[in-house]
Design a protein around this ligand. Structure first.
Ligand SMILES: Nc1ncnc2c1ncn2[C@@H]1O[C@H](COP(=O)(O)OP(=O)(O)O)[C@@H](O)[C@H]1O
Ligand SMILES: [Mg+2]
Length: 343
């Protein structure tokens, strides 16, 4: 189902911190069938946004529409079960005293389905997630990955129109994260279900998203497909948040329509006196010269990151293969592609 979020605000009042603007005018459209990622640092409002879409909380201002229907505004908020939305939480939120079967069956029982029907649906979804052999176990007897599967099974068993996933992989180890990521992607595709997937991990976002929104401080700062966001970040925040290692970024004074950066003169089309200029580690080449000093060559297997220093400023450059400059030597830098930001 298509989801539309219009000028959404959420303001919390807490005794300790006073007024907290968790969401500050969020606008988003998630298309039917898409896996849409919301990416942003901790505290930027991701969970607040999901909770409002799920119906666990009400907006201070703005509207949420699911499948063309108004489900939330300050004076109208449909309860979660009337939205046909399922949520998977970071900590799984399984009922500890219930078996995996009963956990998965729970939403069906609440919905008043007959026993045979519940049985059938739980078996079906357990098969999809390959957890048939775990149905009698309690959450405490399951590994993190198995609990995550049970939580996903519980979320999809009712055929929701929309599934919301709040940092679903953050409690898993690196290997399992890669596997579960692929599985979530496959299940979402197979079911054709619309999904909103929240994460603070940009690598995860890049690899799983059809489209993504980057959030910072309660606002959406950019929306696009992952490569578009990577290639053309909208501002310095996105430029340095998306991509590992992050983009090299410097503030420079514009003199006669150009700036100087480690021996490269780069023309800029701006009326500002100062700009931020950046290049990604793979957008520059180490050359012969004596502008920068090689501080460290960080080996990553088939590629390496060369750490360079010029006075107080640092630069990271990616190289391929086992070669590369010697630590302690002086080199030059050829910037092949750059990005200009006016803030
Ligand atoms: N119930 C609440 N009361 C007060 N402040 C809250 C509450 N829930 C979240 N916040 C604050 O709102 C901001 C956004 O939180 P959250 O949506 O959980 O961020 P994220 O999920 O991106 O880490 C944070 O500053 C957080 O401390
Ligand atoms: Mg959160």
């Amino acid at each position: 189902m298509r989801v539309e979020v219009r000028d959404l605000w959420k303001v919390y009042r807490s005794a300790l911190r006073g007024r907290v603007e968790a969401l500050r005018g969020v606008n988003l459209v998630v298309e039917e069938g898409e896996l849409f990622v919301v990416l942003g640092p901790s505290g930027c409002g991701k969970s607040t946004l999901l909770n409002l879409i799920a119906g666990l909380d009400t907006p201070t201002l703005g509207e949420i529409h699911i499948g063309g229907k108004l489900v939330a505004s300050p004076d109208r908020s449909l309860p979660p079960k009337e939205r046909n939305v399922a949520m998977v939480f970071q900590n799984y939120a399984l009922y500890p005293h219930m078996t995996a079967f009963d956990n998965i069956a729970f939403p069906l029982k609440v919905a008043g389905l007959k026993k045979e029907e519940i049985n059938k649906k739980v078996r079906e979804v357990a098969e999809t997630l390959q957890i048939e052999h775990l149905l009698k176990a309690k959450p405490s007897e399951l590994s993190g990955g198995e609990r995550q599967r049970v939580a996903i099974a519980r979320a999809i068993v009712r055929n929701p129109d929309l599934i919301l996933l709040d940092e679903p992989l953050s409690n898993l180890d690196a290997q399992l994260r890669i596997r579960m990521k692929a599985e979530i992607r496959k299940i979402q595709r197979d079911l054709g279900i619309t999904a909103i997937y929240v994460t603070h991990d940009q690598t995860e976002a890049m690899s799983i998203a059809d489209r993504m929104a980057v959030m910072n401080e309660g606002k959406v700062v950019q929306v696009g497909d992952p490569m578009e966001v990577y290639r053309r970040p909208a501002n310095t925040f996105v430029a340095t948040f998306v991509g590992t290692p992050p983009m090299n970024l410097y503030r420079r004074r514009v003199v006669k329509g150009s700036v100087e950066l480690f021996g490269n003169r780069i023309e800029v089309d701006t009326t500002e006196e100062y700009v931020y200029i950046g290049f990604r580690p793979e957008e520059a080449e180490v050359t012969e010269g004596n502008t920068l000093e090689v501080v460290w060559v960080e080996r990553l297997g088939d590629e390496a990151v060369v750490h360079l220093r010029c006075g107080e400023e640092k630069a990271l450059v990616k190289i391929h293969g086992a070669g590369g400059p010697e630590v302690g030597t002086k080199v030059g830098l050829l910037i092949k592609k750059h990005h200009i930001f006016e803030e």
